[in-house]
Design a protein around this ligand. Sequence first.
Ligand SMILES: Nc1ncnc2c1ncn2[C@@H]1O[C@H](COP(=O)(O)OP(=O)(O)O)[C@@H](O)[C@H]1O
Ligand SMILES: [Mg+2]
Length: 365
Amino acid sequence: MVKIDNVCKHWPRSTTAAVNGLSLTVEKGTLVTLLGPSGCGKSTTLRLIAGLDLPTSGRIEIDGRDVTSVAPEARGVSMVFQNYALFPHLSVRDNILFGLQVRRTPKAEQALRLAEAADLLGLADLLDRRPAALSGGQQQRVALGRAVVARKPILLMDEPLSNLDALLRQEMRHELRALQRKLGLTVLFVTHDQAEAMSMADRIVLMKDGRIVQEDAPADLYARPRHAFAARFIGAPAMNLMPLEPGPDGPVVAGTDFAPGAPDGATQFGVRPEALRPAAQGLPVIVESQDYLGAETLALCRAGTTRIALRLPSASAPLPGTRLALGWAPEDAHFFRADDRRIEPAGATSMARAAPRTLIPNMEH
Ligand SMILES: Nc1ncnc2c1ncn2[C@@H]1O[C@H](COP(=O)(O)OP(=O)(O)O)[C@@H](O)[C@H]1O
Ligand SMILES: [Mg+2]
């Protein structure tokens, strides 16, 4: 539905490219998130697809048509911005219908689409209000309503939930996802929040410095990060990454004599806080402090020269000062090279050795 081929964007007076050779395909009817830290080029990518800015090089296709230099309104996309961009002096009704009024859509058709959007988004009782008299979540729905009545097949959203409080954000994730499915929309959704991306997306495109680090289904990104950056960015708290140093029988976790079975070329060993558990033998650590989270507690431990986190049910969390050995399942061990690329452990299963995924989304997710 959307195909970006080797797109670059250099902003004037900037030495680095905001988007640097990005290639990406978004399949029809899927929700894809662009995820990454602030400044990695997510908004720029979205604006290039919307036609609000033009790429320095590369090609953008929508529905099989080259739209690289086509005007925004002729691309078949609508966009929802982080600040909602509502007109303060217009009612909810006129905010939603603004685009249709400008395009002189027949009045009867306007009324039909308004009724449908208001019903879908629970705005029917609010149509006469001004934006100032709405909550953040209601304003968000009005911005969505405006995008929905345009009936464009592609919806681009730039951090649409980041101004909402935590509870509302979680509700809106579900609402948005339900709406996307119901209308069969193709959605490209920008966020810096990995939990938001993980809970909503069919596919996640993880970006860093204008490039794609990994493009995968959420569960695959979590289970098999192809880069130490992906390992650190996905999951909360982040994956523990421990430097390795030479030992008598192969690499050991720095500052310990524990060998995690690292393959040749590995310089970092990673294991997630939730994959660690106290064991009869394993990685020796000492608990330094605790972070109480309610049902669970993070035990912050020293493993040789590195601080790592261990996530346990609060009832079984070890007290500071406790010495423990930690174990994990073989598939929970991750290894990375000095250049941060993933390396499979020796004797990895055939599934773990599967060929790298292509950038074509996999429809079974
Ligand atoms: N209009 C602009 N003019 C110059 N530089 C810009 C402009 N918009 C964004 N940038 C730069 O491009 C890079 C990527 O920005 P952006 O796409 O907004 O990142 P993100 O949305 O991931 O936070 C940043 O370094 C930012 O400063
Ligand atoms: Mg942005």
